[in-house]
Design a protein around this ligand. Structure first.
Ligand code: SAH
Length: 362
């Protein structure tokens, strides 16, 4: 018998509510069953079809024959001395990804991965040095959120309030799965996050920024890191493809309909992009843009030829931007002791903690 006679079971966590509807129709089920089934998939702690008690028994049995829903359980859980928790998940094919929980006084932010490794090769990012392995499926993105929610619940640590796509990988390079995962995360019968509580971070895939803005209303963060093309070309190869002018045009298009502010991330690299002139250039570049700026003093690593500037330099850089009227925060990177800080994920084991500290979402 050929493999085709043994079709692989379908992972229902790869399906949006509409997809589940089509699945149900294909199997001769009424629409209300699709709705029921979809909402069961995201009930906290759910582990099997047998638990879906308001579905008829024969339906539960036939579902179990044809389908499953994936779950991730943490293979590693590390607690940083600042309270950050790094979760390591082993995927079906043995590859590892990471998610980082950043607890704060009034909320928990979860930083999730979108790819195994990353192809963008930014010079200052350890995740970039590990290269690209593969895209995560929609289910693998959503499962990170489900798994961490369950862990928080079991330990009475509250719930996830914010989600940031700032872990391993470039989310906009895994666009279709990203959109599907976001659709489930936003669905009131799915994980039911508000658009204001989800931020997608990108190194600058300009056309996809525009497309994301057209499809969904989530927040956008742009990893800018330089205010002129020469510097940015050296730090971020993506800039050769989408230089600053094109990137910023895309940002303007993204934010226009909603007048939302975009977060611009700027890693401060000593002697590379941290001078007064750089700050002035950055202010000029973002002039008129609905922007807030996060300054991230570089997380140093022996493998990386960069250092973070001193306190004084960082403060002066921030002051210059503030005086030009920008909202500027300096992000202390958290979780560094467990390699959970920005750009450190799964390089040793890296995803990102993005220290969205005291950043109240709009
Ligand atoms: N690929 C997406 C998502 C990753 S977010 C993006 O680039 O936005 C990870 C964040 O950590 C990015 O802003 C990245 O630039 C930042 N980062 C990477 N290496 C870092 C380092 N050594 N120090 C501080 N921040 C770093």
């Amino acid at each position: 018998m050929s493999d085709a006679s043994f079709p692989k079971k379908i992972d229902l966590r790869n399906l949006t509510r509409d997809d589940v509807k089509s699945f149900a129709v294909d199997h001769g089920l009424p629409a209300f069953r699709a709705k029921q089934l979809f909402s069961w998939l995201y009930r906290p702690g759910i582990a099997s079809f047998a638990e879906m008690t308001d579905l008829p028994k024969d339906l539960r049995e036939s579902l179990a024959k044809e389908a499953f829903f994936s779950r991730l359980t943490p293979a590693v859980k590390e607690l940083s001395n600042d309270g950050t928790i790094k979760y390591g998940f082993r995927l079906q094919d043995g590859k590892m990804i990471e998610s980082v929980l950043i607890p704060e006084e009034d909320r928990n932010t979860l930083c999730i991965s979108s790819q195994v490794g990353c192809a963008m090769a930014c010079a200052f990012c350890l995740t970039g040095t590990m290269g690209f392995s593969r895209n995560l499926s929609c289910a693998e993105i959503v499962d990170q959120v489900c798994a961490v929610s369950e862990d928080l619940r079991e330990n009475n640590l509250g719930m996830i309030n914010n989600l940031v796509f700032m872990g391993m990988g470039e989310p906009l390079a895994n666009f279709d799965n990203l959109i599907k995962a976001l659709t489930i995360l936003l669905d009131e019968l799915g994980l039911h996050f508000s658009e204001r509580r989800i931020t997608v971070s990108t190194c600058g895939l300009a056309p996809k920024i525009i497309e994301l803005g057209q499809r969904l209303k989530v927040n956008l963060a742009v990893s800018l890191h330089a205010a002129d093309n020469d510097t940015r070309n050296r730090l971020m190869p993506i800039n050769l493809r989408y230089p600053l002018e094109i990137l910023l045009d895309a940002c303007r298009e993204f934010s226009l309909p909603r007048r939302k502010r975009i977060t611009f991330e700027y890693v401060l690299l000593k002697g590379v992009n941290d001078s007064d002139q750089d700050a002035v250039k950055l202010a000029r570049l973002l002039h008129g843009m609905p922007a807030k700026i996060n300054l991230l003093p570089c997380n140093e690593a022996p493998e990386l030829p960069f250092a973070k500037p001193g306190r004084q330099r960082t403060d002066t850089f921030q002051d210059i931007l503030r005086r030009k009227g920008f909202t500027v925060l300096v992000r202390s990177s958290r979780g560094a002791d467990i390699s959970a800080a920005c750009g450190q994920l799964a390089a040793k084991s890296s995803a990102c903690e993005t220290a969205l500290k005291d950043d109240k979402m709009p």
